[in-house]
Design a protein around this ligand. Sequence first.
Ligand code: ACO
Length: 394
Amino acid sequence: GVDMRKLRGMTGAISYDPGYGSTGSCKSEITFIDGEKGILRYRGYPLEQLAEGVSFEEVMYLMIWGKLPNQAELDGFNAKLAEHAELPEGIVAVLDNLPKNAHPMTVMQTLVATLGDYYEPADEETDIIRLLAKSKALAAYSYRKQTGKEYLKPSKGASFAGDFAHMTFGTSDEYKVSDVLEASLDSLFILHADHEQNCSTSTARMIGSAQASLYASISGAIGALSGPLHGGANQKVIEMLENIRAEGRSLEDHIELVKDKSSDVKLMGFGHRVYKNFDPRARILKKSADELFADLGVEDPALDLAKELEKVALEDEYFVKRRLYPNVDFYSGTIYRALGIPTNMFTVMFVLGRLPGWIAQWKEMRDDADQRIHRPRQIYIGENERNVTPISER
Ligand code: ACO
């Protein structure tokens, strides 16, 4: 019932909330989180049901258009994704001209920023489909570039996850993606599809609030996600496991190091700002990790170490008292590794999963009549007025 427009002209007290921990920046119908109870729902549907029962394409549709598609709607959506899947030649040339060692996240951000420039200005839905449809080739090509392999064309009729895996790891057009790989990626993408007003999503809304294009807004979100405090944590988990092994440290010694506050070492992949009992995404991933490792017969000392570390930590008073549990990144890193995805591609995987969430939030913002350009205030703590002195007197 509050008429937000009436409050707009009001000035006066400004709340100081660094990091916006207590500031609601928008109204949203997309994602609900209850951190105490470990609940995460997209558009009202529990994550667990979505992860079990629907495809990533259905989740994309749900996120952006607000309802689970019926078969005809899903078929129509898939047909449009297939129609728009190929990259324009010009963008492949841009890719080729980026430095060989360009980080895949830089590649993604750059190519998404310029993607719209290959086309005449289009309506919102075309832009959305275009970006979703081409994102899997962009991600796959960012990997092929660093490995120096030829680029494979998207396949019509393949699932989003399957086509991405094919273009990423395929050796020829006939390469068959294993069911395990396809299903694991599909489920990982669903688990990452949205997490309300996190840093990258807020960035997409911030840029979009200036009526910048979808491409500009999502490119900015990718930049935000590349930060180690945000999308980069899954990579840090693997690096931690590798360091423990390389230094020949025992798990007990590592835990002691973590508990010693002067060491500045954290148990990566543990703890969460919002989830204090468990991270529902981590719970789902743990189950799929176990199934996957058994299925693939994966033998990787780093993965064994992760499991042992989890066991030791969960029984330790330090973690129990502080309510520190494994978060989504603890398991996603180990799963990506088991699937053979290189460490510097982990955050790109996050991009593919999060894309529908960013787009849905961007669209919701544009459709909201109360929305205006994002423009936080500040508490000025600089000098009072003073006079300029000639340079010789400074
Ligand atoms: N290892 C060791 N101690 C920890 C950890 C950890 N991973 N996480 C929190 N603690 C300790 C803190 O030192 C603090 O101890 P104190 O009460 O003795 O001072 C206590 O637990 C409370 O922690 P806060 O720092 O207040 O928790 P906050 O909500 O600010 O931080 C965060 C959450 C950033 C996720 C933190 O737990 C962390 O750094 N974890 C490791 C990094 C990580 O895995 N990040 C991914 C998060 S999930 C995602 O982004 C998708």
